[in-house]
Structures are given as structure tokens and as C-alpha cells.
Design a binder for this molecule. Structure first.
Ligand SMILES: Cc1cc2nc3c(=O)[nH]c(=O)nc-3n(C[C@H](O)[C@H](O)[C@H](O)COP(=O)(O)OP(=O)(O)OC[C@H]3O[C@@H](n4cnc5c(N)ncnc54)[C@H](O)[C@@H]3O)c2cc1C
Length: 294
């Protein structure tokens, strides 16, 4: 199907883009990689009157550490996340997730900012951001504001961005030494969306007990889910403590709120979460024990 007609603008600066969004009102929409928006337009599930293409705006494509944060520019392509040595070494959870998103074509065009802003509970990066305790920089007409990942994902396709704001930067606190993470996704076929997926990030103390644990769940609820009770349950416990891990996995599965669909029944997806978090915790623990800030 052909998309409905719309006006198109490709500003070269952020203020120009913000001005266009403001002027375009309700009908204006940002387009980045177009990997989610264009299919929606073609299905006529979205009918914006103006598309503001942010691809020509300079300075929104970077991966770097500074001021205590890993900073990822919103226009950074998912392929760049997958090929970043820094991320592979120090933020393996981001590397894990970025290489299982769709296929290379989608990853070459799709952006980190778009993956997060779309608010699709089946997208892979939101759960990772919840596990990492990330925050997002939203830039609007009156400047920047920061939104914590756990407040960002409000409902299916609904995020905490005003219609005249652009997500410009993703900030992840630089992990302490003895940190590690893992993202595990179960998909029915290669390059598919997840039947269920989990993100686990942990930091160990000097005794090898969990000082902090972050858990995010993909595709098992109306939004990406932060499994708070599961996170709390592991604090002060060792990831080798079988009873603790069993309780942790049960609480993560209980936090899931899946529906039955072509990818499986709700009960099956909950069981997937239980199994995947157990394995992700083990991998995260192994990576944390390898030392450094992994
Ligand atoms: C065949 C196929 C398979 C896929 N499989 C997966 C998968 O397995 N896992 C997965 O995670 N995703 C998957 N996706 C979805 C896709 O990877 C992401 O949702 C997509 O890359 C989003 O990024 P984008 O830059 O293309 O966003 P766009 O499509 O350009 O925009 C998506 C939405 O975000 C908004 N937006 C984009 N950037 C910004 C910004 N900086 N500020 C404010 N709003 C913004 C747009 O207005 C729009 O509402 C798949 C897509 C396709 C086509």
C-alpha cells in the first residue's frame, strides 16, 4: 500500500528541526532510520502531515564516554553499536542486543534513538536501557531535559516525549568495576522480533555478592518491563546461590505480563523469561568476574 501524502523537510540543525516540529503541530513527526515509521505509513497506521527528517543534522551520531556516562547520540545506527569495540569490551549487554536486532539492512539504517522512541515493547533496546539504568536527553524548544528509562516507556507506542521534542542522547552510567551484563533473546526464526528476551546487568561487591542488579524484559507486556522485585531479590546474594537464583527467575517471570499470540501462549512466554533470566544472570556473573568494568 502507498503511504498517504505528507510534506517533507530535511533540516540541517537541531533548532531548525525543533522549529518545524513546533510549526507542524499535531501532524508533524520525526523520521530517523525509517525502519519502523515507513512500514507504519505504508500500512496507513500513521498519517503524519509533515515528516521532519533528522538525518542531516550533524553531531547526533557518536559513542563515547565522558562525565561518568557512556553517551550515545540518538542518530547512531544500530550497526555502529554492534561494531563498537568499546561496547563489546565494556558494555557487552549492548553488543549482545544490537547484533540480534532484525537483520543487517535494518541495523544499517535504524537508529538507537528511533528504536527507543518508537515505544514498541518488542524492540530490543528498551529492556537493555532499563537494566542499565539509562537516562535519555529530550531536547525541546526550551532546552534539554533528562528522563530516566524507567519513566520513559509509558504504554505501547507511547513514550515520555512531547510532540515538539527530539530524543538527542542516551546516557548510561559507566559501570563500576566487577560489573557485567547479558541480553538473551528467543526468536522463532533468525531476524525476527523476540518471542521473549531479557536483559540482566549486575555489579558484584568485594565478597562476590550482588551489589546491584538491573533486569529488563522484552515482548512480554504492553511496554518493556523493569522486573523490580527480581532485581531486589538478588541484592546481597551470590549468583551461585541456587535458591536465590530460583527465586530471582520466578520473580522475573511473575513481572512479565505476556499475551498469547503467534509467538506462543502467555504461559510459554513466562516460562521463557524464567529460563532466559537464569542463563543471562549466569553470563552476566561470568563477565563481571572477568574483572574491569565488564
Ligand atoms: C523487518 C524488520 C525487523 C525488525 N526487527 C526488529 C527486532 O528484532 N528488534 C528490534 O528492536 N527492532 C526491530 N525492528 C524495528 C526497528 O529496528 C526499530 O524500531 C527501528 O530501527 C527504529 O529506528 P529508526 O531510526 O528506523 O526509527 P524511525 O522508523 O525513523 O522512527 C520510529 C519512531 O521513532 C520516532 N523517532 C525516531 N527517532 C527519534 C528521535 N531522535 N527523537 C524523537 N522521536 C524519534 C519517529 O517519529 C517514529 O515514531 C524491525 C524492523 C523491521 C523493518
Amino acid at each position: 500500500m502507498l503511504p498517504p501524502s505528507f510534506d517533507y523537510a530535511a533540516p540541517k540543525t537541531l533548532p531548525e528541526a525543533l522549529g518545524l516540529l513546533e510549526k507542524g503541530g499535531e501532524g508533524a513527526k520525526v523520521i530517523a532510520g525509517g525502519q519502523s515509521l515507513i512500514p507504519l505509513l505504508k500500512l496507513r497506521l500513521a498519517s503524519p502531515t509533515l515528516l521532519v527528517d533528522i538525518n542531516r543534522i550533524g553531531g547526533l551520531d557518536y559513542i563515547r564516554e565522558s562525565g561518568g556516562f557512556l553517551r550515545i547520540g540518538a542518530l547512531t545506527r544500530m550497526a555502529e553499536v554492534g561494531s563498537s569495540e568499546l561496547l563489546q569490551k565494556k558494555y557487552p549487554i549492548l553488543h549482545d542486543a544490537s547484533i540480534v536486532i532484525a537483520d543487517p539492512l535494518v541495523r544499517n539504517l535504524g537508529t538507537v534513538g528511533g528504536n527507543i522512541s518508537h515505544g514498541d515493547p518488542a524492540n530490543d533496546l528498551p529492556a537493555v536501557m532499563l537494566a542499565l539504568g539509562a537516562e535519555f536527553v529530550a531536547t525541546g524548544p526550551s532546552g534539554e531535559r533528562r528522563v530516566r528509562a524507567e519513566e520513559f516507556f509509558q504504554d505501547t507506542f507511547a513514550v515520555a516525549l512531547e510532540r515538539n521534542e527530539i530524543l538527542t542522547e542516551i546516557r548510561v552510567p559507566i559501570p563500576a568495576p566487577r560489573s557485567g551484563g547479558s541480553y538473551l533473546k528467543f526468536e522463532q526464526k533468525v531476524a525476527d522480533f523476540a518471542s521473549a528476551a531479557v536483559a540482566v546487568q549486575l555489579t558484584l561487591d568485594s565478597k562476590g555478592e550482588c551489589e546491584s542488579v538491573g533486569v529488563g524484559l522484552t515482548a512480554v507486556g504492553p511496554t518493556a518491563i523493569k522486573a523490580r522485585q527480581a532485581e531486589e531479590s538478588m541484592k546481597g546474594r551470590k549468583p551461585t546461590d541456587r535458591e536465590a537464583v530460583k527465586g530471582f527467575a520466578r520473580l522475573a517471570a511473575e513481572a512479565a505480563d505476556p499475551v498469547s499470540d503467534i509467538r506462543g501462549t502467555a504461559a510459554y512466554k513466562r516460562e521463557l523469561v524464567r529460563m532466559l533470566v537464569t542463563r543471562a544472570l549466569k553470563t552476566a556473573y561470568g563477565r563481571a568476574r572477568q574483572g574491569g568494568a565488564r
